[in-house]
Design a protein around this ligand. Structure first.
Ligand SMILES: [Zn+2]
Length: 253
C-alpha cells in the first residue's frame, strides 16, 4: 500500500496582470504545496512550504515579501500537519522560500538535492532568490543522499531512480531555477514543482512579463520543459504543480 497526499503550507497572492501579458487584473492565490509519498517504511516529502513568521531574512527577504506576500496562519506549517519525526526523506525541488521554509523541522531526514541546487547553496547569486536565513544552521551538515545517474526515460524526460525500484523517479525539469527537480511517483503522477505557476499557465511562458522573467533561471529551457510536460500529459501522465489547489487528505495516486 502506498499513497500520495498534499499539504498547503501557507500561500501567497499575485496580481495576474503583472505576471502575464494579456491577463485580467485579479489577485490569484498560490498555495505553497508539499507532497508526501508513503510506501512501506518510507515517508518521502517533496518540498516543505513556507516558514512560520517572522522570517528575519534580511533585505532580500523583505523584497521577496513585498513582491509575493506570504500568508502563514496558525496550523499552516508542514510541521503542524504531519509528524516531522516520521519523515525519512525530503526532496527539495529548488531553493525558493516557499519550498524550503519547513526544512528546519526535519533534522533527522535524509535530503535529496540536485547538483544545481547544491551549487546554488555553495554560491548563490541574487537571482537565485536564496534566503539562507530560512535554512537552519544544521542544514550545512545535513545528510544528503547521493543521486543516481540521470538518464532519458519515459516521455523523453531525464529521470533518476531514487530508490532503484521504480517507485520514485527524480525528474530534471530545467528552467525555473538552477537544478529544478520534479518527481515521478509510481509512473502515475508527476510532481512538477514550479515548472509553471499553475497547470493553466503551462505553455504560456512567452506571456510572462519582464520582472517575473528575471527570477527564472533560464527562460528558454523553461519553455522547452513546458512543451515536454504538455506532451507527457497528452500521453496520459498526470501533472501536479506546487502552487495549484489540490484536495487535502486524499490519495492522489
Ligand atoms: Zn520557485
Amino acid at each position: 500500500m502506498s499513497d500520495l497526499t498534499y499539504f498547503a503550507c501557507g500561500e501567497t497572492s499575485h496580481d495576474m496582470s503583472r505576471l502575464l501579458r494579456g491577463a485580467r487584473r485579479e489577485r490569484r492565490v498560490f498555495p505553497a504545496g508539499a507532497f508526501l509519498y508513503r510506501s512501506g517504511s518510507r515517508r518521502v516529502l517533496f518540498d516543505t512550504g513556507y516558514a512560520p513568521p517572522p522570517w528575519r531574512a534580511g533585505p532580500t527577504g523583505w523584497a521577496y515579501r513585498k513582491m509575493l506576500p506570504p500568508r502563514v496562519g496558525a496550523g499552516d506549517t508542514i510541521a503542524e500537519q504531519l509528524d516531522p519525526s516520521s519523515i525519512t526523506h525530503v526532496v527539495l525541488s529548488h531553493l525558493h522560500p516557499d519550498h524550503i521554509g519547513g526544512v528546519r523541522f526535519f533534522p533527522h531526514a535524509e535530503f535529496i538535492l540536485s547538483e544545481g541546487v547544491r551549487r546554488t547553496l555553495e554560491r548563490p547569486r541574487l537571482r537565485d532568490g536564496l534566503l539562507r536565513r530560512l535554512l537552519p544552521a544544521w542544514f550545512r551538515t545535513a545528510t544528503v543522499l547521493p543521486l543516481p545517474e540521470f538518464e532519458i526515460g519515459a516521455h523523453g524526460l531525464r529521470t533518476a531512480d531514487l530508490f532503484g525500484d521504480g517507485t520514485y523517479l527524480l525528474v530534471d525539469l530545467p528552467g525555473h531555477a538552477r537544478g529544478h527537480l520534479g518527481a515521478l511517483v509510481e509512473h502515475e503522477v508527476l510532481l512538477a514543482g514550479d515548472a509553471a505557476w499553475g497547470r493553466d499557465l503551462l505553455g504560456a511562458e512567452r506571456r510572462i512579463r519582464p520582472l517575473p522573467r528575471l527570477v527564472s533561471h533560464d527562460m528558454t529551457r523553461q519553455r522547452e520543459t513546458a512543451q515536454r510536460l504538455l506532451a507527457a500529459e497528452q500521453a496520459g501522465l498526470r501533472l501536479l504543480f506546487s502552487h495549484d489547489h489540490h484536495p487535502a487528505g486524499r490519495n492522489l495516486l
